[in-house]
Ligand binder design. Structure first.
Ligand SMILES: [Mg+2]
Length: 120
């Protein structure tokens, strides 16, 4: 079973998304800020991370930077509330595989997740 870590400070989104991903067969967990994400990834493996950009403590860019420094390997799809194409493109320069804007469409997200998980 492929594992997905949701990283978002919106706990309602995390709860719903974990349930949605679980229902289609993924092993999904969530954390609600960037520091918790790095701690989680230092201890456990995730095949894919769904990463919010705007979060307290350590934001999504901070997570991407620290993943590079610590050589934490996982696919990343950025979830950004800000239909903010510039931030999304910046995140792909920092190692994110793709991005989806919030509010997300679950079918669209699922297609992106499946595609990114299959990429080399
Ligand atoms: Mg946020």
């Amino acid at each position: 079973m492929e594992s997905i870590l949701i990283v978002d400070d919106d706990i309602n989104l995390c709860t719903i998304l974990k349930e949605e991903l679980g229902a289609v067969g993924y092993d999904a967990e969530f954390v609600t800020d960037g520091n918790q994400a790095i701690k989680y990834l230092s201890e456990k493996k995730a095949d894919l991370i769904l990463l919010d950009l705007k979060m307290p403590n350590k934001d999504g860019f901070g997570v991407l930077k620290e993943m590079q420094e610590k050589r934490i390997r996982a696919k990343v799809i950025v979830l950004t509330a800000y239909a903010d194409v510039k931030s999304a493109i910046d995140s792909t320069k920092m190692g994110a595989n793709d991005f989806i804007s919030k509010p997300y469409d679950f079918d669209e997200l699922l297609i992106t997740i499946r595609r990114v998980l299959q990429e080399e």
